[in-house]
Ligand binder design. Structure first.
Ligand SMILES: Nc1nc2c(c(=O)[nH]1)N[C@H]1C(S)=C(S)[C@@H](COP(=O)(O)OP(=O)(O)OC[C@H]3O[C@@H](n4cnc5c(=O)[nH]c(N)nc54)[C@H](O)[C@@H]3O)O[C@H]1N2
Ligand SMILES: Nc1nc2c(c(=O)[nH]1)N[C@H]1C(S)=C(S)[C@@H](COP(=O)(O)OP(=O)(O)OC[C@H]3O[C@@H](n4cnc5c(=O)[nH]c(N)nc54)[C@H](O)[C@@H]3O)O[C@H]1N2
Ligand SMILES: [Mo]
Length: 764
């Protein structure tokens, strides 16, 4: 019996050999260097490793395909902008193994789907295009031309262009992303869901509405100069390790760090800079001055408590708020204050789960300083009230005048290395009218003005067969999205699923009737085209656009660049109907950048400015107190306390990343900073919650969720007692995505609420 799509989508349920220890009190340091050496030795050719190490995040080198943390403008370490997880991202991409027709002849799709995600990822780099015919058990080789024609055929067969979905993951460069959205729009749809729908969409929504730009306002230098940096809902030690150097610098300059997190993440507590030999010996820098062990989704309550206390002081002394700033630059102050007064301080503090002592420590720092930066990531954006979380932070910054000045502002820390750039150049299912008008003017076709599908809408459309072709430019859709089993059925309903990928992943195994794997060059590889070696570009988390150029020879002769894939498909699909000469772009990426310059604001003189080794900053209104909102001012907002409660036996679960993964790519099986080794099917629980349920360390349990009458289950997890607030628990994504209901998402932004899933524990 062939396996069902649902079965193929499930992660492996067998256990390894779990070991746990007390989490370390320090991060990075020697162990980190040793881990890197180990990783490189296992998976890469030594010569490649050396070549890469000297070029990673260096001027004239390539942009690390890991996270979106910016590089310093001036001094960069001669050791390379080192980061353990950056090296893991590179070794994963620059593996010394490739897979092609022989591999796919040997293993059927069903068999591959029974492998763990770790094994799937370690099978090697994809080396040639592969096709899965309807009813076939194995992928077989296909030529590039045939593959392009296959996609074109299915797209042109549709009743309407809106029956196709074009997903993007955030590694795609500006050049590939721009051409891709241009093709999709000329084809006739705006169905451009992307990974940011599951990531920082809530930040984009909240910041656009309140400050007029969906991006953060600070630059790296601001972090060095801040008096107070609040790191909330973020685990930089694992996910943005180079941010720890910036926080260390801030501390050396006298700044204070507040960490707000249900978990005492090792990287937030202490950091040993691997590039500082003295620190390596003396034991590192304490990072957080105050650690706030907040309850999951207690953030609005906590910030409201702060706002209420600030208001009380302001009313008593009149010198707490920046009244000149509020007067000149903001709108909605009176309504905001009168709403704030309807809340009760004690009730807010209680709902946050934070003690009065810790609250007071945080409050004193905020009260007495106004160069404040708030940094955040998925701990704030993956809740139903995610947009409120971020708007409440903006309220705080506005009251203190902490925006648009040195050492102060918003810092949403992005995930994928070019997720911000992709949105800037047009990967957006609801792009602004002005952008669509520019496309129309430049190319002479009228792009669809409809609001396209976001990730959640796309899944529903495929489930109900309103969409029939799924195309993914990068990413691992089935493992990244919520509600795995429902989503698997959705994908299986398609006539064709296509993935442009560097590595094999589960999405290649949970397919439509037909499927294609189109293997492409990675960031580390040289991209030769007719006019020579091509340069591409990316935008980091702080709005700096810079060049990236691969340094290794491609892992196979039969893989092509993402730009070439997009051009090939656009040409095959649109043919003489097109107003655009698609094939010219792949020969010379300068032409793509010329077009971007004409269509996207902020890119004037793009090709020239890209030659600047540090890149260039895109304009940012909030940074200079020009708020491009409907009111023309920075807007205060009114936010409710989240209304959720747990039944007697329920826990609230956040799905997080281990130290050994990049999203759905599993680098290894340890989570060193949390003292967990050789297993991912675990649930971190408060020890009292374990006691109440009669659960022992490492006991095997099933996790269940019930949402609006639908029951979901994730079997076989081992319990790990941990320092986490009562009633809260944590598991790793993607193993528990089966429990995340598709209909539980952030209002306005539709980010899946994968950090607040109500579950119960079932003994086995
Ligand atoms: N090595 C590595 N680097 C990565 C990634 C990776 O997987 N691996 N992924 C990249 C991507 S795409 C992204 S988006 C980022 C993700 O970066 P993060 O957002 O740091 O990643 P998560 O593991 O989801 O961690 C969320 C953090 O928020 C906390 N948290 C959860 N719920 C709450 C809450 O309700 N309130 C508060 N205050 N905190 C909460 C968790 O305890 C955890 O520390 O990292 C990027 N960089
Ligand atoms: N439960 C839960 N779910 C989550 C999250 C969570 O915290 N909890 N986080 C969400 C977030 S923040 C994000 S961003 C999404 C991530 O969602 P995605 O971006 O879809 O997932 P990734 O795991 O980053 O994609 C990895 C795949 O991308 C391909 N790839 C790698 N590099 C390249 C490249 O250069 N080019 C191309 N074409 N392909 C490449 C490889 O084949 C690899 O298997 O997941 C989301 N899902
Ligand atoms: Mo992300």
């Amino acid at each position: 019996m062939p396996k069902s799509a649902e079965d193929k989508a499930k992660t492996s349920e067998s256990f390894l050999n779990l070991k746990t220890s007390n989490p370390p009190k320090n991060s990075v340091g020697f162990t980190s260097i040793l881990k890197v050496i180990d990783q490189v030795a296992k998976y890469m050719k030594p010569a490649d490793a050396l070549r890469l190490a000297s070029k990673i995040n260096q001027k004239g080198g390539f942009d690390c395909p890991g996270c979106a943390w910016p590089d310093p403008d001036d001094e960069r370490s001669s050791l390379g902008e080192f980061c353990e997880n950056g090296i893991k991202a590179i070794t994963e991409e620059a593996q010394n193994k490739t897979i092609g027709s022989l591999f796919f002849e040997q293993y059927s799709v069903d068999e591959l789907s029974s492998w763990s995600d770790f094994e799937i990822g370690k099978s090697g780099r994809l080396a040639e295009p592969m096709f899965l015919a309807e009813g076939a058990t194995h992928y077989t080789p296909i030529s590039w031309n045939e593959a392009f024609n296959k996609v074109a055929y299915h797209l042109n067969e549709l009743n309407h262009p809106d029956e196709a979905v074009f997903y993007t993951s955030g590694r795609t460069t500006n050049e590939a992303a721009f051409l891709y959205q241009l093709f999709v729009r000329e084809f006739g749809t705006s169905n451009l869901p992307d990974c940011s729908n599951m990531c920082h969409e809530a930040s984009g929504s909240a910041l656009s509405e309140t400050l007029g730009i969906g991006k953060g306002s600070v630059v790296l230098d601001d972090l060095y100069k801040a008096e107070v940096v609040i790191v909330v809902g973020q685990n930089p030690g694992t996910n943005h390790p180079r941010m720890l150097s910036a926080l260390e610098k801030c501390k050396i300059n006298g700044g204070k760090i507040i960490a707000i997190n249900p978990l005492p993440e090792a990287g937030l507590i202490k950091f040993t800079n691997p590039q500082n030999p003295i620190k390596l010996l003396t034991g590192g820098t304490q990072i957080a001055d105050v650690f706030v062990p907040i309850t999951i989704n207690g953030d609005v309550a906590f910030f409201k408590a702060i706002l209420l206390k600030l208001l009380e002081k302001e009313e008593a002394h009149g010198d707490v708020f920046d009244k000149a700033f509020i007067e000149t630059y903001t709108s909605g102050y009176d309504a905001f204050i009168s709403d704030l007064k309807t809340f009760n301080f004690e009730a807010c503090l209680k709902a946050s789960g934070v003690s009065e002592k810790v609250f007071n420590d945080v409050f004193e720092l905020i009260l007495n300083h106004d160069k404040i930066i708030v940094c955040w990531a998925m701990g704030l954006t993956q809740h139903e009230n995610a947009v409120d979380n971020i708007r409440e932070i903006v309220n705080l910054l506005l009251l203190k005048g902490s925006i648009g000045k040195e050492g102060a502002g918003t810092c949403p820390v992005r995930g994928h290395s070019n997720v911000q750039g992709d949105r800037t150049v047009g990967i957006w299912e609801s792009a602004p009218q002005a952008f669509l008008d520019k496309i129309e003017k430049k190319y002479g076709f009228k792009p669809s003005h409809k609001h396209g599908y976001s990730v959640i809408d796309a899944i529903k459309a495929m489930y109900y067969k309103d969409a029939k072709v799924f195309f993914g430019l990068g990413g691992n859709f089935i493992s990244a999205v919520p509600d795995t089993l429902y989503s698997a059925t959705a994908l299986a309903n398609c006539n064709l699923t296509v993935h442009v990928s560097t590595k094999l992943n589960r999405s290649h195994l949970v397919t439509g009737k037909e499927a294609l794997i189109l293997p492409c060059l990675g960031r580390t590889e040289k991209d030769y085209q007719k006019t020579g070696l091509q340069v591409q570009s990316v935008e980091n988390s702080m709005g700096v656009v810079s060049a990236t150029k691969g340094v290794l020879d491609p892992c196979s002769d039969n893989i092509i660049s993402e730009v070439a894939v997009v051009c090939g498909i656009a040409h095959a699909t649109l043919k003489e109907k097109s107003k655009i000469n698609w094939l010219q772009y792949k020969d010379d990426y300068n032409l793509v950048r010329n077009d971007i310059e004409d269509v996207v604001s902020g890119f004037s003189d793009y090709n020239n400015r890209l030659k600047n080794p540090s890149g260039f900053y895109l304009p940012n209104g909030a940074r200079v107190r020009e708020f491009n909102t409907k009111t023309g001012k920075a807007n205060f907002s009114i936010n409710k306390l989240p209304k959720w409660s747990l039944k007697d036996n329920e826990l609230i679960m956040m799905t997080i990343r281990s130290h050994d993964q990049f999203n759905t790519t599993i680098y290894g099986l340890d989570d060193r900073y949390r003292g967990v080794f050789n297993e991912r099917r675990i649930i971190f629980m408060n020890r009292e919650d374990m006691k109440v349920r009669g659960l022992k360390e490492h006991e095997v349990v099933n996790l269940c969720s019930e949402y609006q009458g639908t029951k979901r289950k994730a079997p076989n997890f081992k319990v790990v007692g941990y320092e986490i607030p009562k009633n809260c628990c944590a598991t790793y994504f993607p193993e528990t995505n089966v429990l995340v209901p598709l209909d539980s998402f952030a209002h306005t932004a539709k980010t899946p609420a994968s950090k607040s899933v109500k579950i119960t524990i079932e003994k086995v």
